[in-house]
Design a protein around this ligand. Structure first.
Ligand code: PRP
Length: 202
């Protein structure tokens, strides 16, 4: 039996679709159910930002999670495979025709990812204050909450429609197959089998 944490949201459907492709069967969660036991699997649906926690504490043996989330949380996980789905970029953005005034003494950056943000600006030796928000990041500079944002861009539509532009790309992200360190030893054959099968379909 193997416990798999799948992310709800952006990469949910695509990640379950990968398992369906590999095992040539349907894995369907009932209505609002968050857990699905089928064959050798226990699938669980968790918030994408919570996948590292489930895997780290071995509530799940393996999981699928974005590189951006892994980098932000710095949790100890075995990173197994780039699944090449859920592709996005983590970018610095600001208002069109305005930008970020780096001469200002206290630059505020709104973001869901304060760790990535602080690390990035630290390497550039720019002092910023990271304002942690939980969503609608693009709104912050429009109403004067922040000078800029660090956020995820997938299609670019959200930034465009809110008259923001990309200033810098911090990282390219995609979804990774990750494993708990103990599970990786205890269930090595099973996990490597999943790894190989997934590798064949991506
Ligand atoms: C992300 C991000 C942007 C949006 C970008 O949020 O924070 O708001 O997607 O996508 P686009 O470039 O295709 O317009 P997400 O939808 O992951 O939701 P969340 O705020 O719940 O994390």
């Amino acid at each position: 039996m193997i416990k798999v944490a799948l992310p709800k949201g952006r990469i949910a459907k695509e990640s379950l679709a990968l398992f369906e492709k590999v095992y040539a069967k349907k894995f369907v969660f009932d209505d609002r159910k968050l857990i699905l036991q089928q064959d050798d699997f226990i699938f669980m649906l968790v918030r994408s930002q919570d996948v590292p926690t489930y895997v780290h504490y071995q509530a799940a043996d393996i999981g699928i999670v974005g590189r951006d989330v892994i980098e932000e949380q710095q949790v100890d996980l075995v990173k197994l495979l780039d699944l090449k789905i859920g592709k996005c970029k983590v970018v610095v953005g600001s208002q069109e025709g305005k930008g970020i005034d780096y001469q200002k003494p206290q630059i505020k950056i709104a973001t869901k990812m304060p760790n990535i943000t602080r690390k990035y600006f630290a390497t550039k030796a720019v002092a910023i204050e990271a304002l942690k928000l939980y969503g609608s990041i693009e709104l912050a500079p429009l109403v004067g909450l922040s000078d800029g944002i660090v956020d995820i861009v997938e299609t670019g539509a959200t930034m465009k429609q809110n008259h923001l532009k990309i200033d810098e790309v911090i990282m390219e992200s995609s979804a990774f197959l990750v494993a708990n360190q103990h599970s990786f030893y205890e269930k090595k054959a099973l996990i490597l089998d999943i790894y190989q099968k997934l590798q064949e379909v991506i």
